[in-house]
Design a protein around this ligand. Structure first.
Ligand code: 5GP
Ligand code: MG
Length: 190
């Protein structure tokens, strides 16, 4: 494995997830929202978060893709199959990272189209360059620099997800990725 800088250890992440669950619970009170976990990257985060929100909360997942290797392809694929009936529901979208904002913007638009009456956002990490975007989550776990991160559900080509802590990928690994990128296909929307 070629991991670079260590960013967040697993107990710091777990403590923050518990705080976020408390804040979210306080905001919604008895009227818990429909939680939509965005996969694959948000997998571990959404699981840990919703288990602390009680048994009444409705949880669904959408699988969206936009990243190719370590950069955004500029397109968000997978929304066309998200057909859940959200009429009359308050929705909370939960994702791993806010980067360009395209994923959360597109997912929010889809939730409104499906009838949501309120759409809020929660991310585990926000990259520094995305702090000026118009689409801003109400709940943000951590601010991180503009680096490509892996661990706690976040992957590079499917690897490193199972690391309990968050790491930046090393420059050496990034060079390997650049070489590999020629063989990695862009996501194709149906
Ligand atoms: P955005 O649409 O905001 O550019 O990117 C959001 C999605 O891209 C996230 O849901 C995540 O899946 C992926 N992503 C963005 N930055 C990173 C990163 O540093 N590491 C990993 N593993 N995925 C990322
Ligand atoms: Mg994602």
């Amino acid at each position: 494995m070629k991991l670079g800088e260590f960013l967040l250890d697993s107990s710091t992440i777990q403590r923050r997830v518990a705080e976020l669950a408390k804040e979210i619970g306080a905001y919604y009170g008895k009227e818990l929202p429909t939680i939509i976990g965005l996969l694959d990257g948000g997998l571990f985060f959404v699981v840990d978060l919703v288990r602390q929100l009680g048994s009444d909360v409705r949880v669904i997942c959408w699988r969206l893709r936009s990243y190719v290797g370590t950069s955004s392809s500029g397109r968000v694929c997978g929304l066309e199959v998200c057909q859940d009936d959200l009429r009359g529901q308050r929705v909370l979208l939960v994702d791993d990272i806010l980067d360009t904002g395209r994923t959360l913007e597109s997912a929010s638009r889809r939730a409104w189209e499906l009838g949501a009456t309120e759409v809020e956002l929660c991310v585990l990490v926000r990259k520094a360059s995305s702090s000026g975007l118009s689409c801003q989550p109400r709940w943000i776990g951590f601010e991180i620099p503009d680096v490509f991160v892996v661990g706690y559900g976040m992957d590079y080509c499917g690897r490193y997800r199972t690391l309990p802590s968050l790491w930046a990928l090393s420059p050496a690994e990034e060079r390997i990725q650049a070489a590999e990128r020629t063989t990695i296909q862009s996501p194709r929307c149906r």
